[in-house]
Design a protein around this ligand. Structure first.
Ligand SMILES: [Zn+2]
Length: 233
């Protein structure tokens, strides 16, 4: 028996295959022609159970939304930090301080308690983007110097599926979620985009250049494929 629930939707048509769809709203739905036996459907589900479980986990991870509460863990360049929330002695803007294990958030003392999560979220995002652009710029400068190329400018973007891009005029853009990924993974994305200044394609020479700067690039690319859902900014 599989560890998840599913429901079956019967199709009136005689033709067609059994298919599975998974969504946050409807869960696991099996579409099957009317004549397919329950036993056959069960076998089909069992065959696909690993795949289904993987997708359910993915959806579950996505659904966990942040509370911005004391002690909650937040990722910053691959490491988890606990939130420590304090009321700031000053009025006005909130501030963030990074320690070895914590992200200290100081919230303006005129903020009512019910506004805290929203204020913390804004303060964190502001800080993440400020730190992110600084650190990623440092990485781009390092690797473009190593390769011996120049870029025009760097942007951090709010995009869902692209990790980085390099325009024909050598403007480099990076997904802002990378601020949560481990340094070596961010390095790979930076190396990838900077290498595009030399090779505008994904040919052998391009990958050789990437590999010369990041011998583990395949593992880093895989890390992004598997863990992208952990990065939510
Ligand atoms: Zn590319």
């Amino acid at each position: 028996m599989p560890s998840f629930k599913y429901h079956i939707v019967r199709k009136k048509k005689f033709t067609g295959n059994i298919s599975i769809s998974i969504s946050e709203r409807r869960g696991v739905v099996v579409n099957a022609p009317f004549w397919v036996t329950e036993g056959l459907i069960r076998r089909f589900i069992e065959d696909k159970s690993e795949w289904i479980k993987k997708h359910l986990k993915h959806i579950g991870a996505k659904k966990v939304s942040k509370q911005y509460s004391e002690g909650e863990k937040h990722l910053y360049f691959g490491k988890e930090y606990s939130l420590v929330i304090s009321s700031s002695p000053d009025f006005g803007r909130s501030s963030i301080n990074l320690t070895a294990d914590t992200l200290e958030v100081y919230i303006s003392k005129d903020t009512p308690k019910e506004k805290y999560p929203e204020k913390i979220k804004d303060a964190l995002l502001y800080w993440y983007l400020e730190m992110g652009i600084e650190i990623i710029t440092g990485k781009v400068n390092h690797f473009s110097k190593t390769i011996g190329v120049n870029y025009k400018k760097i942007n951090l973007k709010k995009v869902s599926s692209i990790w980085g891009s390099c325009s024909p005029t050598n403007c480099l853009s990076f997904n802002r979620k990378l601020i949560m990924a481990p340094h070596e993974v961010v390095d790979y994305v930076v190396i990838h985009e900077v290498s595009h200044i030399v090779h505008r394609n994904h040919g052998v020479n391009f990958w050789n250049l990437v590999k010369s700067l990041d011998p583990e690039y395949k593992a880093h690319r895989k890390w992004l494929r598997i863990n992208h859902h952990l990065l939510a900014l």
